[in-house]
Design a protein around this ligand. Sequence first.
Ligand SMILES: *Cc1c(COP(=O)(O)O)cnc(C)c1O
Length: 394
Amino acid sequence: MKIPMSSPDLNDADRQAVINVINTPILSMGKYTADFEKSFCDLTGAKHAIAVNSGTAGLHLCVRAAGIGAGDLVITTPFSFVASSNALLFENAIPVFVDIDPKTGNINPELVADAAKNIEKYLPRRFDSPALRAGASVAQSGKLKALLPVDVFGQPADMDAINAVAKEHGLTVIEDSCEALGATYKGKYAGTLGDFGVFAFYPNKQITTGEGGVIITSDDKAAHFMRALRNQGRAPGDTWLQHTHLGYNYRIDEMSAAMGASQMSRLDEILSKREQVAAWYESRLAEVAGVEIPFIESFTTRTSWFVYVIRFEKKINRDEMAKKLEARGIPVRPYFLPIHLQPYMVERFGWREGDFPVTEDLGRRGLAIPFSGVMTEEQVDYVCQIIREEVMKA
Ligand SMILES: *Cc1c(COP(=O)(O)O)cnc(C)c1O
């Protein structure tokens, strides 16, 4: 049995939507982009949705709209996909990492509160900023501007606690919901919980557009600015060759937007299928000694399953286990390799092994196993059978 790591959940209507676009001459900046954007406002109640060509681009536009620039400090998590921190580096801002909750892998709100109060304690070992170069002390060198929590693996971060810190210190909150489309926190949609929310649609995400992303916000001024930046800096009233701002080409194309709009029209069905697969895994893996299954917080009122990450007990070597599973035809992936230990991060900020022990522990023990909404119960059975056999031998 050949089981893929992940698979998009596309149906004939999704495919037909793309064909409809390529039978017209309008392949960018047309009605499908508008429809796709509207589907996010309809789902989440956000006032504005701005479609872009990746989640990373969406995060970058939020960083620009929040006015985060060179030397500014942003509290975020090292247990994430690298894009959440990279969006800060693009503007030469400094990610100030705090460790995570060991159960969920989400940013630890108590550490966020402490870091906002005592930022010097949390600064990287070395960093560069214009203020430092001009002679400021490390403590005065950067201004704490924002919080950037990530809704890890489809479960929202503890956003009430995070927003309370933001309010106390006057900070912007950028919620990286790239793994959590349709998840809810105390009944409210992921992505709506901060000032900005970002979703992503690479083929392993809950819905896909091939490549794509969407930003949601209720801030009118920021929304207009991000629309301009997405489109080469053209502000309303600019002609094709007038550019009010330094912008980017972060536009999504109409084929992608049409696929996305079609996928969004059956989001609930797509998420329900993923919930079913997660439930099959849970029922088969919960009792396997040596294996921990994902923990869901009581404030998570809906998990939007992105990946299914199991953790091995410390005495089981995850990398050995990964090799054995791969050898038996089960694709697996360590999730996540901590951001602070990525080579370019070490080089730039001097982070070391041991700096964020919970992140490193989960990074060492976590393994994503095959997961998608199109997996059959038979496939789940097969994966679990092999995991059980290999864990017994370990
Ligand atoms: C997928 C993802 C992104 C953005 O991904 P793109 O590939 O740029 O669309 C950002 N943050 C997190 C946490 C993600 O999982």
